[in-house]
Ligand binder design. Structure first.
Ligand SMILES: Cc1cc2nc3c(=O)[nH]c(=O)nc-3n(C[C@H](O)[C@H](O)[C@H](O)COP(=O)(O)O)c2cc1C
Length: 400
């Protein structure tokens, strides 16, 4: 079988060295990679490195090997173009259709999916010019991965860091699988919750549940690859941050509620995959609760937590906003699921049965997605990403 052809564009950011790892992942997983660096990027990583690692020739401008018309052919032949890191300058050029070097020419001639992984200082990222360029590129169907938050060049910290190369690779893999065309969630803001809340009893103990967060993370990763802007609200799951998602931490049900209501204000869809505790301890002991000789422990009094799913569904922050819930059931799974869908007032409810090798903690899941319109979509046992993609298929069909 022919290897998928990937163009790895590298522009002049300090994170160019991380693209070596991305290149390795792509070549080792059977892709034929042509690296197209910009002139500026060669100040960070030299052409010899790209050539040796990719096994392909490397040039930055259109005047080499002119008989092969590289300024047109490289883009035309590609199955995927990924630009990592993408500088503010490169985003501007791409948004405005400039073509003054080999990479910008390639971007104009490519008809395959294009992924940009921007990396720059927070000020450059937040500048309205950059934000408008990003919006333009997304509107045209490019997948622009939100930068990560963390240490930047020098002593600065903030949003603008290149996500982990392994995570960028995963985005590329998914985008390649989906093929050409404008991604169906392009221009949509999706809010996803993941993990189980922890309701503190004292500084060392909490009431929790067995949700791992893996289903919510799978929803976030697949949504990024389908072009969405993703806010992932998670409960200290300890899972590696998915590339391209804005991650918000919320440990308790009350914190989660606050984060969801804030993020939902401009969301097109809210997916509540987190297992939110129904109850929390009525009181929080500021010191560790000690056992006392000869005394039984005091009973733990519980109070109800707010029903976030029902609240978000009842008070839609925007017209047309979709709300998706999850139900983990052990008995009468579908009967309870249908009743929950009606009671919560959401558009879709993913009903999964808690059991061996399913739902909590596992890599796989099996579910039925119930629609408020009476539809029922069975998702056979398989990776949580497959269930996530079915959820997005159903959401996307409702947007249309
Ligand atoms: C040390 C250094 C680090 C830089 N890092 C970045 C960066 O991370 N992101 C960015 O957008 N520009 C960065 N720049 C600025 C770009 O290199 C500059 O805008 C250049 O014109 C980009 O050219 P290109 O987009 O053709 O690669 C950096 C410049 C220097 C000198």
């Amino acid at each position: 079988m022919k290897k998928p052809r990937v163009v790895l564009g590298v522009s002049g950011g300090i994170a160019a060295y991380k693209a070596c790892e991305l290149l390795r992942r792509l070549t080792e997983s059977g892709h034929d990679v042509r690296v197209v660096p910009t002139d500026a990027s060669l100040n960070f990583v030299g052409a010899a490195t790209w050539s040796a690692l990719s096994g392909n020739p490397v040039s930055t401008e259109v005047w080499e090997g002119v008989h092969e018309v590289p300024h047109v052919r490289i883009g035309q032949a590609a199955d995927l173009v990924v630009v990592a890191p993408a500088t503010a300058d490169m985003l501007a050029k791409a948004a405005h259709g400039l073509a003054d070097d080999l990479l910008t020419n390639t971007l104009l001639t490519a008809r395959c999916p294009v992924v940009f992984a921007p990396a720059m200082h927070t000020e450059m990222w937040e500048h309205p010019a950059t934000q408008e360029n990003v919006a333009t590129l997304r509107r045209r169907g490019a997948v622009v991965i939100e930068p990560a938050v963390g240490r930047l060049t020098g002593v600065d910290t903030g949003k603008g860091r290149l996500p982990d190369p392994g995570e960028i690779f995963e985005v590329c893999r998914r985008v390649l699988t989906r093929g050409p065309g404008v991604p169906d969630l392009a221009g949509r803001h999706v809010v996803i919750t993941a993990g189980g809340t922890r309701e503190p009893l004292d500084p060392v103990r909490y009431l929790g549940n067995r949700s791992s967060g893996k289903q919510g993370y799978a929803l976030a990763r697949t949504a990024v690859a389908r072009g969405a802007r993703v806010t992932l609200i998670e409960t200290d799951t300890g899972l590696p941050a998915p590339a391209g998602a804005d991650v918000v931490r919320a440990g308790t049900a009350l914190q989660l509620r606050e984060a969801v209501l804030e993020a939902a204000a401009d969301a097109d869809v809210v997916v509540m995959a987190a297992a939110v505790a129904d109850f929390r301890p009525a009181a929080y002991a500021t010191g560790k609760i000690k056992k006392k000789d000869g005394q039984e422990p005091a009973p733990v009094e519980l109070v109800r937590n707010p029903d976030i799913l029902a609240e978000v569904a009842a008070d839609r922050a925007r017209q047309g906003q979709l709300v998706v819930g999850f139900a983990a059931e052990t008995d009468d799974v579908l009967v309870n699921g249908r009743e929950k869908l009606r009671r919560k007032g959401c558009d879709l409810l993913v009903v999964n049965e808690v059991g061996e090798r399913k739902t909590f903690g596992s890599e796989e899941n099996e579910a039925v997605v119930l629609g408020a319109d009476g539809s029922e979509t069975a998702v056979p046992y398989g990776p949580k990403e497959a269930l996530a993609d079915t959820v997005w298929d159903l959401v996307s069909a409702r947007f249309r």
